[in-house]
Design a binder for this molecule. Structure first.
Ligand code: P6P
Length: 345
């Protein structure tokens, strides 16, 4: 009788903690609180045709993007799940322009949480997979006082943990606290995340590329040559690759993490910094992919080495199997002199 390994996220976190004597248990409790938020958000995301949640609030977020009710629900759920545990000194969210302080009535902790509560929200009404992304740092300002923007604006290499939850055919939470990348699938029948992918490793080379080819005209010439190269026939390098683009970064990267491949959101002649946000999208996803043996850059520099200037800054991103990210970097380097990202129109 094959032994069924009934490993819940909570039990796994505790067992992982035992492996590291220096652990105080605070990060474990933080991750546990995050999983609670994920369960509630998953419940709402998976309710079909719920009129009062789907659709637009009529508001727009800090970036002028239409905010959907589920975005704000997810943002509020993350805040309400995380503000009172005593583990955080400050938070930041894609949905809030400024940093988010811990209410004065709650204890201030030593960690910093940045999150995108619901990435891919333009897909909500079409029932396409969407996701929550989170990034965790240790504070760098003195303990005991409220956290500051300085605590948030740290290089990605300083993250102590990061992860995402993808709400798809099932709800999966993937995280790393620096000791491997592990995936847990939510069993809705009793509301537990069960270990489903232990020690995830991304294939060194993939056969899938993910990019919005509708922007081809505006791309770096080296990127244009790379994509055309991927579409040529060559058995040795397993070309042509397969194009898969969901339009939800978390879902695209999750698939490529398991199967191998590359996700790209480049700068182009209209958007000199691309579209995706460094602090709560690119840094956490890069932390995960690198921990799984992959690579993540802005085309020239490792994402995790980018020194942040502002909370919502954007960065181009090329992320996935090491071979594939290195290949696109080479194609772009050869054409560097012939491209300069234009000013945003
Ligand atoms: P485009 C979703 O809005 C998102 O931030 C990512 O999740 C996704 O990969 C990308 O933007 C899609 O953007 O311009 O291709 O529609």
């Amino acid at each position: 009788m094959p032994q069924i390994r009934f490993m819940t996220l909570s039990r796994f976190i505790i067992e992982q903690e035992k492996l590291h004597p220096e652990a105080t248990g605070e990060l474990s409790k933080l991750l546990h609180d995050l999983s609670l938020a994920a369960k509630v958000i998953s419940l709402e995301v998976n309710k079909a045709g719920l009129a009062d949640i789907l659709g637009f609030t009529g508001d727009s977020n800090v970036h002028g993007e239409d905010v959907r009710k589920l975005d704000m629900f997810a943002h509020n759920m993350m805040f309400n799940a995380m503000d009172h545990g005593g583990h955080l000194c400050i938070m930041a969210s894609e949905e809030e322009e400024d940093i988010i302080h811990i209410p004065a009535k709650f204890k201030v902790g030593k960690y910093v949480l940045l999150f995108d509560p619901l990435d891919g929200s333009s897909n909500i009404d079409a029932n396409v997979s969407i996701g929550t992304i989170f990034s965790i740092f240790k504070r760098i300002t003195p303990d005991g006082k409220p956290g500051t923007l300085k605590d948030c604006l740290q290089k990605g290499v300083r993250q102590v943990a990061a992860g995402y939850i993808v709400y798809g055919s099932s709800t999966i939470m993937v995280y790393s606290a620096g000791h491997g990348v592990h995936g847990f699938t939510l069993d809705p029948s009793f509301g537990e995340f069960l270990l489903s992918n232990e020690s995830i490793r991304i294939p060194q080379k993939g056969k899938i590329y993910s990019i919005n080819e509708g922007n081809y005209l505006y791309w770096h010439p080296g990127l244009k040559k790379y994509i055309k190269w991927l579409q040529e026939e060559d058995n040795d390098s397993e070309r042509p690759y397969t194009s898969r683009y969901i339009g939800s970064m978390v879902a695209d990267i999750h698939r490529n993490l398991l199967y191998g491949g590359i996700y790209m959101y480049p700068a182009d002649s209209r958007n000199p910094n691309g579209k995706l946000r460094l602090m709560y999208e690119c840094n956490p996803m890069s932390f995960i992919v690198e921990a799984a043996g992959g690579r993540a850059s802005n085309g020239k520099q490792r994402i995790l080495e980018i020194k942040p200037g502002t909370l919502h800054q954007r960065t181009p991103i090329f992320i996935g199997s090491e071979y594939d990210v290195r290949m696109v970097e080479e194609f772009m380097a050869k054409e560097e002199k012939t491209f300069s990202p234009g000013k945003k129109r």
